[in-house]
Design a protein around this ligand. Structure first.
Ligand SMILES: NC(=O)c1ccc[n+]([C@@H]2O[C@H](COP(=O)([O-])OP(=O)(O)OC[C@H]3O[C@@H](n4cnc5c(N)ncnc54)[C@H](OP(=O)(O)O)[C@@H]3O)[C@@H](O)[C@H]2O)c1
Length: 218
């Protein structure tokens, strides 16, 4: 177990991000979470995180300040369903790449990416294509950044209660889903287990306890 890490979560008011912040804070880590709407600060404080205002689409926004002094950063932002291709490029790709630069500049080596299954299908038509392409390019940029990366690719996210039981694989080759709370548990465990550095893996509902499933990534 890693003692008392400083973790900055970018996209900190997202649903997975809030669940992760609470888990990290409860485990004794210090969490800074970025949010883009001032009125969300109280929600972050409620889960034990220090709120920092950052809009990834605003070049003047102080991402460097949010990352300074962190031991690890987590990219959990996303333009979300209904956003156009440009916003997906700006947030899902541009934001992730901006965080690579900020981490490097601040001397933060550890970067955990919330990615997705399906990046190999970036050519599909409709809204998913630009999203998957943005995620694919973001993952590629991180993998060649020289940072200590882990790329976590969940299946379709649900709001079900977490079961604490998951399956991990390099590539499942099938559709699947996972509760957001279980994704948060996996991200927490990835931060606790340094042997996950350099790994890119998919995660879905399964029957292996999270800690043991993550430990298989050796
Ligand atoms: N949905 C799925 O089935 C699925 C499957 C696999 C992977 N994923 C990935 O998992 C990620 C996390 O999921 P989630 O459900 O936690 O997503 P979410 O609740 O939509 O959270 C995304 C966060 O990104 C923030 N954001 C958007 N634009 C931003 C900007 N310009 N600057 C800073 N922050 C910005 C949003 O801020 P606001 O709160 O202000 O809107 C939101 O808090 C998704 O982004 C997606 O890439 C999703």
């Amino acid at each position: 177990m890693m003692e008392g890490m400083n973790v900055t979560i970018v996209g900190g008011h997202g649903q997975v991000a809030l669940l992760l912040a609470k888990r990290l804070a409860d485990a004794g880590h210090r969490v800074r979470s970025t949010h883009r709407r001032p009125e969300h600060a109280a929600d972050l404080e409620a889960v034990g995180a220090e709120p920092v205002l950052v809009d990834l689409e605003d070049p003047m926004s102080d991402l460097d300040g949010a990352v300074a002094g962190a031991d690890a950063v987590v990219f959990a932002a996303g333009a979300g369903p209904g956003s156009g291709a440009q916003r997906k490029r700006d947030v899902d790709l541009g934001g992730a790449v901006r965080l690579i630069g900020a981490a490097r500049d601040a001397g933060v080596q550890r970067y955990v990416m919330v990615s997705t299954v399906g990046t190999e299908r970036a050519h599909v038509s409709g809204e998913m294509g630009p999203y998957l392409e943005a995620k694919r390019q973001a993952d590629e940029a991180l993998a060649k950044s020289g940072l200590d990366f882990t790329i976590v690719r969940p299946g379709r996210l649900t709001d079900d209660a977490g079961s604490g039981l998951v399956a991990v694989a390099g590539h499942f080759g099938r559709a699947g889903e996972i509760a957001r709370d279980d994704v948060a548990a996996v991200l927490h465990e990835v931060l606790e287990q340094p042997q996950t550095i350099g790994h890119t893996f998919e995660v879905m509902d399964g029957d292996t306890p999270v800690e043991r499933a993550v430990a298989t990534l050796a």
